[in-house]
Ligand binder design. Structure first.
Ligand code: KIV
Ligand code: NA
Length: 265
């Protein structure tokens, strides 16, 4: 199996090939995802919700992130793995460098952090010291207590323009990937066109360079609730491996997401 790299993800954008990405938190699922053509795995702090049963990602610790990153790496030695820096682990530059280094030493290829222009210095410092960074704009789950809930972001033109400007600044600072969460279709497209680095969307419409879903959502594990942007791939996939295969194929063919999975505007 050929190892995925940031250079190969970048090339996919240039060639117009979509990037299929899923979250994983343990060795077994991570292994299966890679075998079924998933390009990139995120050890998301969404583990707070789906693994630990919490109501937000705020309680997730560095110890949790290191543990799950190590688990995922053992199951998928050749995978491209991103790990989330959890809530307040990148509040100061010193903490940022120390905590990001821990995730890299646990097996991550890249770290992800949530936020805009206030992270420019952090992104620069990390990249200069050999730690690749994925930025994350739009809905920022670690800021749910400031936002007052999980809502679509960037609906007003002024917010949209601000988001594009922040994306540009993060790219200029050295970010090599950008996750866009819960923003209108049109904004997902505008950001993607404004950047040379790949964008990976979750609820950001069909025009981002890649798609990511939380594994538990795409397996339909919450019987009461399926987010608008998600789809139950287990139903079509005939088993878990098949669900990962369907996701990977449908992202790459452009069949997922459909407009009904995205936010208008
Ligand atoms: O933690 C997570 O799963 C994420 C994705 C929603 C992008 O950050
Ligand atoms: Na996250």
């Amino acid at each position: 199996m050929v190892a995925m790299t940031i250079a190969k993800l970048q090339k996919k954008k240039q060639q117009g090939e979509k990037i299929a990405s899923l979250t994983a938190y343990d060795a077994s699922f991570a292994k299966l995802m890679v075998e079924q053509g998933v390009d990139c795995i995120l050890v998301g702090d969404s583990l707070g919700n789906v693994v630990q049963g919490r109501s937000s990602t705020v309680p997730v610790t560095m110890t949790d992130m290191v543990y799950h990153t190590e688990c995922v790496r053992r199951g998928a030695p050749e995978a491209f793995i991103m790990s989330d820096l959890p809530f307040m682990s990148y509040g100061t530059l010193t903490d940022t460098l120390k905590n990001a280094a821990q995730l890299m030493q646990a097996g991550a290829n890249m770290v992800k952090l949530e936020g805009g222009d206030w992270l420019v210095d952090s992104v620069k410092a990390l990249t200069q010291r050999g730690i690749p960074v994925c930025a994350h704009l739009g809905l920022l789950p670690q800021s749910v207590n400031v936002l007052g809930g999980y809502r679509v972001q960037g609906k007003q033109e002024a917010q949209a323009v601000q988001l594009i400007e922040q994306a540009r600044q993060l790219e200029a600072a050295g970010a090599q990937l950008l996750v866009l969460e819960c923003i209108p279709n049109s904004l997902g497209k505008r950001v993607t066109e404004a950047l040379t680095i790949p964008t990976i969307g979750i609820g950001a419409g069909p025009d981002t360079d890649g798609q990511i879903l939380v594994m538990h959502d795409m397996l339909g594990m919450n019987s009461e609730y399926l987010p608008k942007f998600a789809k139950n791939f287990l139903e079509e996939g005939d088993g878990i491996a098949g669900a990962f295969r369907q996701f990977s194929e449908q992202v790459k063919s452009g069949d997922f997401p459909e407009l009904k999975h995205s936010y208008e505007g």
